[in-house]
Write a protein that binds this ligand. Structure first.
Ligand SMILES: NC(=O)c1ccc[n+]([C@@H]2O[C@H](COP(=O)([O-])OP(=O)(O)OC[C@H]3O[C@@H](n4cnc5c(N)ncnc54)[C@H](O)[C@@H]3O)[C@@H](O)[C@H]2O)c1
Length: 271
């Protein structure tokens, strides 16, 4: 059997939200670790530097290469500095994982205008800002790959009007960028994680709710951040060289069994 080359050998990746909001491993941290394991040099971007620092330690303990860049990716100037830092530190920029995102519950009647604007800014504008800064750097070296983290909440009702709207917009910006930048050899794809158990949601979940989430999807197994990160690794690798503009659910098949409804607020599944 021929020896396998690391799948991202020679590449430089930027991961936004590369820390985790709590104990354990979130989607951004898992993606950064897998990218580094497969040979990429990774710029770990987070507005909370201490969170990204934990990811850096994890990567370096495994012998990988990574460094922290503190930035609020809602800000255009900070995103420009982030893209420049990747090039200054590692010589190029090939991969962008637009992972930053926050959730908000409630219907359009419940949600305040302030929360609405905040969710749109953090979940959608960050992708615009980070991509706007990184794409020209990718073009300088002949192309690249971007993965945007949406959610199945962007594809079906979830009692989270602003979150669903923002995550549907992530699908929209993916499609638009894929069309605009395919000719630059920049592929842009999107992952829609399902009811994965991550630190982002763990704090608001008891065992019963966790079990109901697990059993809502046909596979009846619990997903975690590594499931999302393996999908990101594939989409950002050259193995996906002919895949552009897709929305990949990573959800144990939950979307196939609609109209099962799962209320993320009450934690009750209805079949
Ligand atoms: N956990 C789930 O069940 C689930 C399901 C579907 C989709 N998602 C999506 O996964 C993504 C998040 O995954 P995670 O597990 O890494 O979340 P996380 O909350 O553990 O980590 C996100 C990190 O982003 C950072 N961050 C937040 N706003 C920022 C900003 N403006 N600038 C820079 N950094 C910022 C936080 O400090 C945090 O460290 C989100 O897009 C979320 O919507 C999660």
């Amino acid at each position: 059997m021929p020896e396998r080359r690391p799948r991202l050998e020679g590449k430089v990746a930027v991961v936004t939200g590369a820390g985790t909001s709590g104990e354990g491993v979130g989607n951004g941290k898992a993606a950064a670790v897998l990218f580094a394991r497969e040979g990429a040099k990774v710029l770990l971007v987070d507005m909370a530097a201490d969170r990204a620092e934990e990811t850096r330690v994890m990567i370096e303990e495994e012998g990988g290469v990574a460094s922290v860049f503190q930035a609020d990716v809602t800000d255009g100037d900070e995103c420009a500095a982030m893209a420049q830092a990747a090039v200054d530190r590692y010589g190029r920029l090939d991969i962008l994982d637009n992972n930053v995102g926050i959730s908000a519950r409630g219907s359009v009647v419940d949600v305040t205008e302030e929360i609405w604007d905040r969710i749109m800014t953090v979940n959608v504008k960050t992708i615009y800002q980070a991509s706007r800064a990184c794409i020209p750097k990718m073009m300088e070296t002949g192309g690249g790959a971007i993965v945007n983290i949406s959610s199945i909440a962007g594809l079906r009702a979830h009692s989270q009007a602003p979150y669903t709207t923002s995550k549907a917009a992530v699908v929209g910006i993916t499609i638009s960028m894929a069309g605009d930048h395919g000719p630059d050899n920049i592929r842009v794809n999107c992952i829609a994680p399902g009811l994965v158990y991550t630190p982002m949601v763990a704090h608001r979940m008891n065992d019963e709710q966790r079990e109901a989430r697990k059993n809502a999807a046909p596979l009846r197994t619990e997903g975690d951040s590594w499931d999302v990160a393996y999908a990101a690794l594939f989409l950002c690798s050259d193995e996906a060289r002919w895949i552009n503009g897709v929305v990949l659910p990573v959800d144990a098949g939950l979307l196939t069994v609609t109209p099962v409804t799962y209320n993320t607020i009450s934690g009750q599944a209805r079949f």
